[in-house]
Design a protein around this ligand. Structure first.
Ligand SMILES: Cc1ncc(COP(=O)(O)O)c(C=O)c1O
Length: 502
């Protein structure tokens, strides 16, 4: 016998002691739920037998109520498949039930935090973040992710039936994964850490937000790279920071400019391995200068090391955290760029004295990351799949980067300056001052390309113009085709008279 699919029962309560008959209560419960659009057209309804059993009443009042609802057009029955909310709305529903003048909606002034957040969504609203297309920034080569290995590990862990993975997890994360991450960071990134300092979080964005909540009070000054990562800008806006844009040059954050603007800032949020969006690596002398400033003033540094696995040619540069002798750096890294973004697993390396504060804030947000995924990832690392994947991704991204650099070079007439191609999954093509890069981004989006305008990454009046081009998530063919199409757009839209600047 074919079984009807199980249906979620709507929250219709009946009071047996009420003077209103039961069938009337059920009828009104359903009618009100449909009028209030809690139940939508076409939605399947439970069988009368099932509903009666659930409400612990006899089936008769349920049958009577259903009959009336069918007769009035709220329900419709389909032969052989059951009863559904009607697709056509009865006339009565189109008329406001109170009659008379329509009520004024109550005022909905947004609470302070919501208003602040809405204001922060400045850059995210651009088409460059919607959907999948060539040059999308922050997209890794998921076409090369070993899904078969991952599925095998998922199945194995599910079969093992360890029900502790289904319980509430720990705020700091799944211990075996924290051990693996600590070992990896000490070895590959020169991070000075113990597993006890590692907190597993839902993506580096979650780590950035957590750090902002722990470190920054309403109104405290914070240095940000200018231009910089909108995710950092948004998180700091949300906690009410006074944002101090500090320019970035070819050596990274201009520390002396920061000291000039806000010597007593509470924190600096930086991307030293591969600055977003300029792509530069912070020089050793700037790193020492920044650490020196933090140590002498008691400021914190948040190091967002989001894509350092992708480093080509030059020897891997160790983390800023690894140079820190005073535990002033909060280090954030992620698996979302090297494995796949939907994984939402990243890690924060927390100075030991700040661990309780991070845990306290974590408990009021998402509490912990899903233990099951963490267990799968632990085995993925432990069995060597992660190390192999990193090696393959480096080669693949290097190839895609070369394809893009060569394709841009073919657009000789544009004489584009290419920045930041020594690492990561994106590069920046600089354009002459005053170029309408935002319009270029919008035009490119209409033509099926995701081109992030450099000016949309600035907090102040944008000094630099250009386009940020991701290549990690695009195939060689998409890159070649995309570069030719972008070249055509740039030839149309970049002013010709100005000299090209690097
Ligand atoms: C500079 C920077 N930091 C952080 C992130 C966020 O990464 P996640 O997916 O781990 O939240 C991105 C994503 O593109 C990024 O570009």
């Amino acid at each position: 016998m074919k079984r009807a699919p199980a249906v979620i029962l709507p929250a219709i309560a009946v009071e047996r002691a009420s003077a209103r008959p039961l069938h009337r209560q059920i009828y009104e419960g359903y009618r009100d739920a449909i009028v209030a659009r809690q139940l939508r057209a076409g939605q399947r309804l439970p069988s009368t037998r099932h509903l009666a059993a659930e409400l612990r009443i006899s089936r008769i009042p349920v049958l009577n109520a259903f009959e009336q609802l069918l007769a009035e057009g709220y329900f419709e029955s389909r032969a052989g498949s059951g009863t559904f909310v009607a697709r056509a709305v009865p006339d009565e529903l189109a008329v406001p039930r109170s009659g008379g003048r329509p009520r004024q909606p109550p005022s909905r002034s947004a609470p302070r935090l919501v208003a602040r957040y809405a204001a922060s969504l400045r850059t995210d609203t651009g088409p460059w973040f919607q959907g999948q297309a060539a040059f999308g920034v922050g997209q890794p080569p998921i076409d090369a992710f070993p899904l078969e290995i991952w599925s095998r590990l998922v199945a194995r862990i599910a079969r093992l039936g360890d029900r502790s993975l289904l319980r509430y997890g720990k705020a700091m994360g799944y211990e075996p994964l924290r051990e693996q991450v600590a070992e990896y960071l000490r070895t590959a990134r020169g991070v000075r850490c113990e597993a006890s300092q590692i907190m597993i979080v839902g993506g580096s964005q979650a780590g950035i937000e957590l750090a902002a909540r722990v470190l920054v009070d309403d109104g405290s000054s914070v240095w940000l790279e200018e231009p910089g990562y909108f995710g950092i800008q948004n998180a700091l806006r949300l906690v009410g920071a006074r944002m101090i844009p500090v320019p970035v040059d070819e050596e990274g954050l201009a520390v002396s400019a920061g000291i000039e603007r806000a010597p007593r800032a509470r924190a600096a949020f930086v991307t030293p391995s591969h600055q977003f969006p300029m792509g530069v690596t912070m020089s050793a002398s700037r790193r020492l200068r920044l650490l020196d400033w933090a140590q002498s003033t008691g400021a914190w540094i948040v190091e967002d090391d989001y894509d350092s696995e992708y480093r080509f040619g030059s020897s891997p540069i160790t983390s800023l955290q690894g140079l820190d002798r005073d535990s002033r750096v909060i280090y954030i890294g992620t698996f979302t760029k090297i494995l796949f973004p939907a994984m939402r697993i990243a890690y924060v390396v927390i100075p030991p004295d700040l661990v309780p504060a991070f845990m306290a804030v974590r408990r009021v947000t998402d509490m912990f990351s899903p233990p099951f995924v963490q267990a799968v990832l632990t085995d993925f690392i432990r069995e060597g799949h992660f190390a192999r994947h990193v090696r393959r991704m480096r080669l693949l991204c290097a190839e895609r980067r070369e394809t893009l650099v060569a394709a841009l070079a073919r657009e000789r007439s544009l004489r584009l300056g290419v920045l930041g191609d020594a690492a990561g999954m994106f590069l920046t093509a600089s354009l002459p001052p005053g170029t309408p890069d935002r319009e270029i981004g919008l035009t490119a989006a209409r033509e099926g390309l995701k081109v992030l305008p450099l000016s949309s990454c600035a907090l102040e009046t944008p000094a630099k113009r250009g386009v940020v081009l991701g290549y990690g998530g695009s195939t060689n063919a998409e890159i070649v085709d995309g570069a030719a199409r972008l070249g055509a757009i740039l030839r149309r839209m970049v002013p010709r008279t100005r000299s090209r600047s690097r």
